[in-house]
Design a protein around this ligand. Structure first.
Ligand code: SF4
Length: 92
């Protein structure tokens, strides 16, 4: 398991975004959102929390904008985010 540097739902930037207060992961163990890349079951657990989160959109956009290198944000793993970035570049 990767070391966690954030509290679940907290961004890694110093300025707290407005969506943070409504995060479904607020108060949960941040380790849930840093599963090993090959732990499909753990990744699905994190994604299930995100699927029920009312601020998954802003969370994902935040992760994309700061190029988060690890963790599940907005229901997306790093691999998912790289794919989204590639798709956006192609369609730009
Ligand atoms: S989408 Fe997931 S990681 Fe982002 S705030 Fe919601 S529960 Fe937390």
């Amino acid at each position: 398991m990767r070391p966690s540097t954030r509290i679940a739902g907290e961004p890694t930037t110093t300025k707290e975004p407005s969506w943070h207060a409504r995060a479904a992961c607020k108060g949960l163990d941040a380790a849930i959102f840093y599963p090993s890349d090959d732990d499909v079951e753990a990744i699905e657990v994190a994604k299930a929390v995100c699927a029920a989160c009312p601020v998954s959109g802003p969370c994902l956009e935040h992760a994309l904008s700061v190029r988060e290198k690890s963790g599940v944000w907005g229901g997306c793993t790093e691999r998912d985010r790289r794919r989204i970035i590639r798709q956006r570049r192609r369609s730009a």
